[in-house]
Design a protein around this ligand. Structure first.
Ligand code: OSB
Ligand code: MG
Length: 369
């Protein structure tokens, strides 16, 4: 596969509503999109999941722009590669920055799938069946507002509801949701808001029949997660702590969590995500696909990955309108009968709306022309 040209652009896309988690609130997304031009006029698309601020990971839109623009992209056009595994073969010395890497790696997967005339999910080794999916609900100003939101999402057909928590907005709030929806598949996500000193409080969550509690402790603290898991019945799911296969090996060895949230955009792309998936599958550890408030492009990538057999739990792959007044792909992602249908076309299977993307773009760099 020959890479002819690469394009990096930043666009601004406002969320329909504020999304608040324990580390802060988001409204205006600064999204990096990658476009890779291959032979036969085929074009692969990728999205970098880095956020506006370093509240989830050290990477930001700005650091990812820097790493892609200065190091990852300039040497790529003109190269002939066997497949996505080789996309960063010209810069094997670059360390870290998995979100920046993933943006370009996942674009190459899309391009390869298109060159092979097959849907991305097939190239990744998954199926084309519609998937039950979940939704992530941010911190709300009141329990009432949260209950209304949860009710709405259950009516729309989401299979599982994830609720953001933080100290002071946890036990009582979750109990109100559990009392109101006794049968719902519920889980909580703390985004690292607690420490081991909160163990007694977190143990009280065991009564609420949660599927899991996601990333309760520090983003780099596997050892404390292992100590906490030993005290909890509720499985811990790791998100921020898992940036690579190596992190996953260590986490499973330590029993720091019993479920893994795989976000391909967080772990450096699909190759690493597949390796994590395979390891977890061998160990009998369930995985699911998380999200990073992606546009329809990143959402399409996530959905394709989530069709693999080890993804036994619903992912954070909600409909376009959960986040966007209007998505940048057609058709938009929509639930049908409580499941997310897979697009059928080659590659990511949805068409980026180029005129609209142009309108939203604030800066662009082209490599290879
Ligand atoms: O912790 O999973 C998270 C969004 C941004 C940053 C971190 C997280 C999230 C979400 C939303 O929970 C997932 C989504 O629907 O895209
Ligand atoms: Mg999370």
């Amino acid at each position: 596969m020959r890479i002819l040209e690469v394009e990096l652009r930043e666009l601004r896309l406002p969320l329909r509503e504020v999304f608040e988690i324990s580390t802060g609130a988001r409204q205006d997304r600064r999204i990096l999109l990658l476009r890779v031009f291959g032979e036969e006029g085929r074009i692969g698309w990728g999205e970098c999941v880095a956020a506006e601020d370093p509240g989830y990971s050290y990477e930001t839109t700005e650091t990812a722009w820097h790493i892609l623009n200065e190091f990852l992209l300039p040497g790529l056009p003109g190269r002939e590669i066997e497949g996505p595994d080789e996309v960063l073969g010209h810069v094997p010395w670059v360390r870290g920055h998995p979100m920046a890497r993933a943006g370009i790696e996942m674009a190459i997967w899309d391009l390869q799938a298109k060159l092979l005339h097959m849907p991305l999910h097939e190239l990744l080794g998954g199926t084309g069946d519609p998937l039950p999916v979940g939704v992530s609900v941010g911190l709300k100003p009141s329990d009432d507002a949260l209950l209304r939101a949860v009710e709405g999402y259950l009516e729309e057909g989401y299979a599982r509801i994830k609720i953001k928590i933080k100290p002071g907005r946890d036990l009582e709030m979750l109990r109100a949701v559990r009392d109101r929806f006794p049968e719902a598949l519920l889980m909580a996500d703390a985004n690292s808001a607690y420490t081991l000193a909160d163990t007694a409080r977190l143990r009280e969550l065991d009564d609420l029949d949660l599927m899991m509690i996601e990333q309760p402790l520090g983003h780099e603290d596997l050892l404390d997660h292992a100590r906490l898991q030993a005290e909890l019945e509720t499985p811990i799911c790791l998100d921020e702590s898992i940036r690579s296969l190596g992190d996953t090996r260590l986490a499973l060895e330590l029993d720091a969590g019993r479920i893994i949230n795989i976000k391909p955009g967080r772990v450096g792309g699909f190759a690493e995500a597949l390796a994590i998936h395979d390891l977890c599958r061998t160990r009998g550890v369930p995985v699911w696909c998380g999200g990073m408030l992606e546009s329809g492009i990143g959402r399409a990538h996530n959905l394709a990955l989530a069709t693999l057999a080890g993804f036994t739990l619903p992912g954070d792959i909600s409909a376009s309108r959960r986040y966007w007044a209007r998505d940048i792909v057609t058709p938009e992602f929509e639930l049908r009968d409580g499941a997310m249908p897979l697009p059928e076309g080659p590659g990511i299977g949805v068409e980026p709306d180029l005129p609209r993307i142009e309108e939203l773009t604030v800066r662009t760099r082209r490599f290879g022309s």
